[in-house]
Design a protein around this ligand. Sequence first.
Ligand code: TPP
Length: 587
Amino acid sequence: MTEKQKAGNDAMPMRTGAQLVIEGLEQAGCKVLFGYPGGAIIDVFHQIYNSPMKFVLPRHEQGAAHMADAYSRATGEVGCCLVTSGPGATNLVTGLATASMDGIPMVCITGQVSTKVIGTDAFQEADVCGVTRSVTKHNYFVKDVDDLPRIMFEAFHIAKTGKPGPVLIDIPKDIQLAKTAVPFPKAFGRPGYRPSFEGHPKVISRLAGLINSANKPLLYVGGGVISAGASELLAELAHKTQIPVTTTLMGLGAFPETDELSLRMLGMHGLIAANLAVKYCDLLISVGARFDDRVTGKISAFAPHARIVHIDIDPASIGKNVRCDLPLVGHIKPILEALIPQVKEAKHDAWLAECEAWKIADPFEYPLSKKGFIMPQYVMEQVYEVSKGEAIICTDVGQNQMFAAQFFKYTKPRSLLTSGGLGTMGFGLPAAIGAQFGRPGELCVCVTGDGGMQMNAQEIVVAVEHKLPINVVIFNNGTLGNVRQWQDLFFDKVHSATVLTQNNRPKNEQIIEGEACERYLPDFVLLAQAHGAEARRIYKIEDVAPALEEAFKSPKPWILEFIVDPNSNVMPIIPAGKSVDDTIRIM
Ligand SMILES: Cc1ncc(C[n+]2csc(CCOP(=O)(O)OP(=O)(O)O)c2C)c(N)n1
C-alpha cells in the first residue's frame, strides 16, 4: 500500500508542507520554538501565528541554536529551531556542532530554495545537508511532501534515542507549499535504527564480580548519566559499594559534589585528588563518559593500574580513545537497575581515607590579587553562597567556564549547562535565555568572559523582550584570559592577539597605577542598558555579594560586569598531553 493509499484509509484532510511542519512540532510536544524568518521559510512562519507553541525570535541564528540546545539541556526535552535557507542555515552550524559534541537532542528545520532551482546557485541556496552532515546525528532533505509526516516523526525519535543529538530537516519552498493527506505515523518504522537498550546480562554480572573484588574502585561519570536520567541510581550504586565518584565537566551535577564520596571534577583543570584516584585505582568504571583528551591527558599514564569498564549507549565510543577491559553497551538506567542488586555492600575504608587525604592536601584554591583586584574565583564562590547553591549555571568558554566548574558545587543534574565538547565561546548568554524559558521561576546565571560576551551580546534584548530574570556575570579581565594563560605558561608570555584592553578601571583607584589607559572593549554597562537591561560595574571586593543579591532578587535581566584581576589563572593545570605527575599548582 502506498503512503497516499494509507492516507485515504485514515481520511486525513489535505495539508500543506508548511502546516505539517507546525503540526509535526506540536505533536512531538514542542512548547517553545526558537527561530528566525526569511523568504525560504516564510510559509512555515505564516502557520506559526496561530500555533499554541511559544515562538522566540533570537537576533542571530547561532543564538537560536544555542537557546534550543540549552532549553533541551535544562529540561531533557528536544530543543527545536526553525530558520531560513542559505545564511540562516549556515549560521546554525556552530550550534549544531555544539549540540552534537555534547549529545543534546534537537530538531532543526531549515527552509531551502525550490527543488526546480536546486543546483543553480539560486538566491540563498546552500547545500545545507552537505554542510551539516558531520555536525548532526542525522539530516534529511525532503523531496516529496508525502514523506514529511514520517520525517517529522522520525526526526524526534532519532534525536532523543540512542546517543541523543541534533537532527536537521531541510525543506524546499515548493514542498512547503505542496499538499498531502498522508497521516503522521504512529510508530517508528526503520528497522536499521535500533539503539541497544538493555545491557548484556552476562557482562553486567561480570561487572558486579569486578566491583565486588576491587580494592580501589573509582566511578568516572560523564554527561551520559544526566541525559539518561540515571543520577539517583548512580548515587545508590556509589553509596551501596562506597565507591568514590569523579565527574567530567559534562557530568557535573550527576552526583552531588557535597557528598563525602565526591572527588569532584577530574582532568586538565580537575581536582588533584580526582586525578590521583585515577592514577592509583584498580578498577575504573566509566559511566556515560567518553575519555576525551581533556580528561585522559597522556593516555599511557591514564589509569595504569586499573581494569577499565566502559558503560555507554554509544558503541562507537567504546575503545575509541582508551583500552577497555569490559565494554557494556546500553542505556545506563536499565544497566544500573540490573547491576545494583548484584553488588555487595562494601566499605573501602583505607581507599577512601587515601582519597580524603588528597582532597584535604589540594583543594581548589587561588591566590589573593597582588593589586587588590577582585578575583574571579571569589565572584564564583559568592554566586554559590548568594544563590545557596540553587541556580542553573550557564557558562561561556574560557577561564570563566573553569572557575564556574571549580568554585560552585553542583548537586543536581541539569544545573550546569556548558559547551563541554566543542568549547563554544558565545554559548553562555543564549544558553541562559533558553534555560530560563525551559525552567521559569528558577535562578539562572550566565557566567562569561569579556571576550565571550561579545560573541552573542545581541541576545540581551531577547531577555528584555520576554522579561526573563536572567543574571549575567561578566569577568572583565581585559584579555582572552584562557589563551593569555597558555601564552604565559607555554609561549614565553608573548600576548599575541589576546589583549582586549589595558584599562577598564577607574583612574582614581590605586589599583590601576602603572597601567595604560586604552580600552578596546565595549562598556558592558552601557551595552546592556542600550538593550534595556539593568546593569552595574563592580570594582571592589566588598561590593560583590550585594551586587549579586540585588540582581538575583530582581525580576529583570541583569548584567554585572566584574572588573577582575587581569592575571588570574585557572589552577591546577595538567598541560595538554601530560599526566597528573606534571600538574602545575598555584602560579
Ligand atoms: C568560538 C570560539 N573561538 C575561539 C575559541 C578559543 N578560546 C578558548 S578560551 C578563549 C578566551 C576566552 O576569553 P574570554 O571570553 O574573555 O574568557 P576568559 O578566558 O578571560 O574567562 C578563546 C579565544 C573558542 N573556544 N571558541
